[in-house]
Design a protein around this ligand. Structure first.
Ligand SMILES: Cc1ncc(COP(=O)(O)O)c(C=O)c1O
Length: 377
């Protein structure tokens, strides 16, 4: 039983070919997960001996020495004054943004930021405007025009690696623009850069030496780090504020001890310079060469990250090619509208340190062949 209004909405999804469904794709070769370094499959021994639950919120029984030690390690690794662990990247973005941006403040955000950032913006009482994707001139116009009020803070928000496009934000340019504005603060979501960008996977902000120019970074642990959870990096004062006012931090059961052990182990690997990081970058370079060799350069977005995007307009068309790949044993997912704008439907290929060059070649051959067959090239 579902109210008519909701049934009609589901019907619309069916009609537009964009119905989302939960699908088990087991035993396929992984070109879909965010487990870029294969960390999720490395066993962490002590795990089983730990309690299964945290038993309460961080402000009640859920806090522990393990949180304190891990947060110190995270802050040290990322050259940040402080770090605060959240239950997920979604919770971190939602809570951070909705709690810091106040009524009368302004949020300027890249038009392609993740849903968790958008939801945080919606929950806040601040006014918000989006700037065109990675368009520094547009951001400057908005900052100059709307960011001058004496009483207002301006929060500029972007991702370092865009989750649905795989490209990187011009962080240095944005940071220097923000520096010229007294009341502007820079927030960067590093979900797809954590563990991937930088020699040791420190993220793009740190790779560019911008850690002191950024008000807050959001690092997530469900992707390359192979676990679950997230951390906000920033000043000690910011963490004090979040502990007091951030609802998605306060009103939820803390991460279980196992999750902390997994995050801890992942940081240990990064600190030691894990071989999989260099391997992942070899796979990315090899993949990009093969894109050109298979005549697909114009189909693929330029990307030297683990996320590679092949544009195939139309939900039906892109689903067909994804189906071909799955039929041949490769887990590649179609990203449909309305998740991306109509006409920009795409295959989202995630590369991993454990993908072989032969598999990359085969995947690209199947895409090229399938597009030719459907007369789309
Ligand atoms: C850019 C970005 N930010 C935040 C998140 C949310 O992170 P989590 O999966 O840890 O909730 C995601 C995950 O899809 C993401 O891609």
């Amino acid at each position: 039983m579902l109210p008519d209004k909701l049934l009609r909405k589901l019907g619309m999804r069916h009609f537009s070919g964009s119905m989302r469904e939960l699908k088990v794709n087991e035993n396929l070769i992984d070109f879909a997960s965010n487990d870029y370094l294969g960390f999720s499959k490395i066993p962490v021994l002590e795990e089983s001996a730990l309690p299964h639950g945290a038993t309460g919120s961080r402000l009640l029984s859920g806090h522990s020495k393990a949180f304190e030690t891990l947060e110190k390690r995270i802050a040290h690794f990322h050259k940040s004054e402080s770090a605060l662990i959240f239950n997920s990247g979604y919770d971190a973005n939602l809570g951070l943004i909705s709690s810091v941006a106040q009524r009368g403040d302004l949020i300027l955000y890249d038009e392609l930021v993740h849903a968790s950032i958008r939801d945080g913006i919606q929950l806040s009482m601040a006014r918000s405007l989006k700037f065109r994707h990675n368009d520094i001139d547009h951001l400057k116009i908005l900052l100059d025009k709307f960011g001058q009020g004496t009483e207002q803070e301006v929060y500029v928000i972007t991702e370092s690696v865009f989750s649905m496009d795989g490209d990187q934000a011009p962080l240095e340019k944005i940071a220097s623009l923000i520096q010229a504005h007294k009341n502007a603060y820079f927030i960067v979501d590093e979900a797809h850069a954590t563990g991937v960008i930088g020699e040791k996977g420190e993220g793009l902000v740190q790779h560019l030496g911008l850690e002191n120019e950024v008000f807050a970074r959001v690092m997530t642990y469900g992707k390359a780090m192979g676990g679950h959870g997230a951390a906000v990096l920033g000043s000690f004062d910011l963490m004090q504020y979040l502990i007091n006012y951030c609802r998605s931090f306060i009103y939820t059961t803390a991460l279980p001890p196992q999750a902390l052990t997994v995050i801890n182990a992942a940081y240990q690997r990064l600190e030691n310079g894990h071989v999989n990081i260099a391997q992942l970058h070899d796979v990315i370079q090899g993949f990009n060469r093969l894109v050109v060799q298979n005549g697909l350069r114009l189909r693929f977005r330029e990307s030297d990250t683990a996320i590679q995007i092949c544009i195939i307009p139309g939900n039906k068309n892109v689903r067909k090619v994804a189906g071909q790949l799955q039929h041949n044993g490769y887990d590649v997912r179609a990203i449909l509208s309305p998740t991306v704008p109509e006409g920009q439907e795409r295959l989202r290929l995630c590369l991993h340190s454990y993908n072989s060059i032969d598999d990359c070649e085969r995947v690209l051959q199947i895409i090229a062949k399938s597009l030719k067959k459907n007369e789309q090239v």
